[in-house]
Design a protein around this ligand. Structure first.
Ligand code: HEM
Length: 539
């Protein structure tokens, strides 16, 4: 048992049990009856109509008619690979998670890299964030690190996600533009959402065009927690660093490639693995002691902020190697279901309101995308450890659970009567103390929207700054509504005045001369006072 779950091939062996290869075999129906002829339907006379009893025709056609499932509501286009993760050495002081504490162990992983906005068949090299989702099949169950290639996000609270995505996806009346943020709805939203400006600066930068999926960083974005065996917790930010370094396409190249080879990044990943040129990523963490929770000029719970690496250096804790292409795109890349809520003992959440929103969303969407509550039985989603619980039934249930009961508590046998104490790997939620009034409000500590946007812009070289300006020229140049363009110029002035003037000049808009207007657009669209109701002062 230990041998199978404790090796990088455990997942491959499990997947093999579900594989089949029809090469050299007789064609059969899905119930195993051999077929002698598949090119002509069964007819009443050679020129007559097809007859109902042609079970082979009906089955073949019915399956075909049902072969599409909904694509992901975001991150629809993705490419994936198998591999393994290996820890650099035990870190028990930080986390009890076993995958980090045995450097001999190779934990199998499945990684899916995606664009966010485009549909499933859209081009790879468009200006967009890239998703970077990793499923670790650990001996304690699955851990999903569902990150992006940019360290920050557009919004501070999950409840805004439907608005963000409605704004960035093609417009609802005519479904244009495809896979591009260059439209009025998106920039209207941004121009009314000052907290998005840090991420916008990243998206306008060369980071939006990875040269290769092996040459981009990955980030957990939110602050998470590590928890050690003593129950002591530290805050962590996760980072993937590509061993091949960070390289981007330039925008003109990216546009041409999108036309000539829309599969450019997918093909590159596939071919690299076929040639044995395995993509590698080091996993690093920035660790913050709980005592330092308030030591920064931003809030650790704010996903629009990074912790600068000069302030908290990254400690490298392991490396991931991607060494095998999937056998079947649909079965693996399409049906894989990541979820930030899949954690193992030693890894826990924080109250980041964006992360909290995600914890609801992923399973909810997968219930419809993958057709019901049994999607964790799909081979790519199964853990390499055994699953025991009192769940039965539901569409497409695969497991034949034995025993005549499935409830707890239970004196009749069957079902799952045992709970695991922490010593047997039972998951314990970190006992953070939380209390407060119920209120739709953000902490004041979330209100600096431009400090880090400036930091990012100022960290760019001259040529990179020029690329950002050109990106704004193109993107905002496509916005038809002059008001939105003008508001965006004022918004950019909050990041860099000189940049805003250059952007204005390129898109036929007045430069941002009105200081009051610069301040005005930097404010939240909804005044804070309006969200407060009466406060219950009872203890
Ligand atoms: C995919 C929701 C923020 C990374 C998805 C999906 C949903 C979703 C519904 C489709 C999942 C599926 O069909 O299997 C949300 C919500 C967010 C949010 C509600 C904010 C509240 C983020 C952030 C990141 C992220 C901040 C990065 C840190 C990803 C990735 C995928 C994804 C990588 C694709 C997973 C895959 O390859 O299958 N998200 N998301 N999302 N999300 Fe988010």
């Amino acid at each position: 048992e230990e041998k199978t779950t404790n090796s990088s091939t455990a997942k491959n062996e499990q997947l093999d049990q579900h594989s089949e290869n029809g090469e050299g075999q007789y064609l059969t129906t899905s119930t195993g009856v051999r077929i002698n002829h598949t090119n002509d339907s069964l007819k009443a006379g050679s020129r007559g109509p097809t007859i109902m009893e042609d079970f082979h025709f009906r089955e073949k056609m019915t399956h075909f008619d049902h072969e599409r499932i909904p694509e992901r509501v975001v991150h629809a286009r993705g490419s994936a690979a198998h591999g393994y993760f290996q820890s650099y050495g035990p870190i028990p002081e930080l986390t009890k998670a076993k995958l980090f504490n045995d450097p001999e162990k190779k934990t199998p992983v499945f990684v899916r890299i995606s664009t966010v906005v485009g549909f499933r068949g859209s081009a790879d090299t468009v200006r967009d964030v890239r998703g970077f989702a990793t499923k670790f099949y650990t001996e304690e169950g699955n851990w999903d690190l569902v990150g992006n290639n940019m360290p920050v996000f557009f919004i501070q609270d999950g409840i805004k996600f439907p608005d963000l995505v409605h704004a960035i996806k093609p417009e609802p009346h005519n479904e244009m533009p495809q896979a591009s943020a260059a439209h009025d709805n998106f920039w209207d939203f941004v121009s009314l959402m000052p907290e998005s400006m840090h991420t916008i600066m990243w998206v306008m930068s060369d980071r939006a065009f990875p040269r290769s999926y092996a040459m981009m960083e990955g980030f957990g974005v939110h602050t998470f927690r590590f928890v050690n065996a003593e129950g002591k917790s530290k805050f962590v930010k996760f980072h993937w660093k590509p061993v091949a370094g960070i390289h981007s396409l330039v925008w003109d190249e990216a546009q041409k490639i999108a036309g000539k080879d829309p599969d450019f990044n997918r093909r590159d990943l596939w071919e690299a693995i076929e040639m044995g040129n395995y993509p590698e990523f080091e996993l690093g963490v920035q660790v913050v002691d709980p005592e330092d929770e308030f030591a920064f000029d931003f809030d650790l719970l704010d996903p629009t902020k990074i912790i600068p690496e000069e302030v908290v250096p990254i400690k490298m804790i392991g490396k991931m190697t991607l060494n095998r292409n999937p056998d079947n795109f649909f079965a693996e890349t399409e049906q894989v279901a990541f979820h930030p809520g899949h954690v193992v003992p030693g890894i826990d959440f924080t109250n980041d309101p964006l992360l909290q929103g995600r914890l609801f969303s992923y399973v909810d969407t997968q219930l419809i995308r993958l057709g019901g509550p049994n999607f964790n039985e799909i081979p790519i989603n199964r853990p390499v450890v055994e699953v025991h619980n009192n769940q039965r039934d539901g569409f497409m249930r695969q497991t034949i659970n034995k025993g005549k009961t499935n409830y707890f508590p239970n004196s009749r046998g069957g079902g799952c009567p045992m709970m695991a104490p922490e010593t047997a790997g039972g998951y314990l939620h970190h006992m953070e103390k939380v209390e407060g009034h119920k209120i739709r409000e953000r902490s004041d500590s979330f209100k600096d929207y431009f400090g880090q946007a400036k930091l990012f812009y100022n960290s760019q070289t001259e040529i990179e700054k020029k690329h950002i300006m050109e990106a704004f020229h193109f993107e905002l140049g496509k916005v038809k509504d002059k008001e939105i363009r003008q508001r965006m110029v004022y918004m950019i002035a909050n990041v860099d005045k000189d940049l805003a003037v250059k952007v204005a000049n390129g898109i036929g808009i007045n430069p941002p001369t009105d200081e009051a207007k610069i301040k005005e657009v930097a404010q939240d669209h909804i005044p804070r006072e309006k969200v407060k109701s009466s406060v219950d002062t009872s203890p």
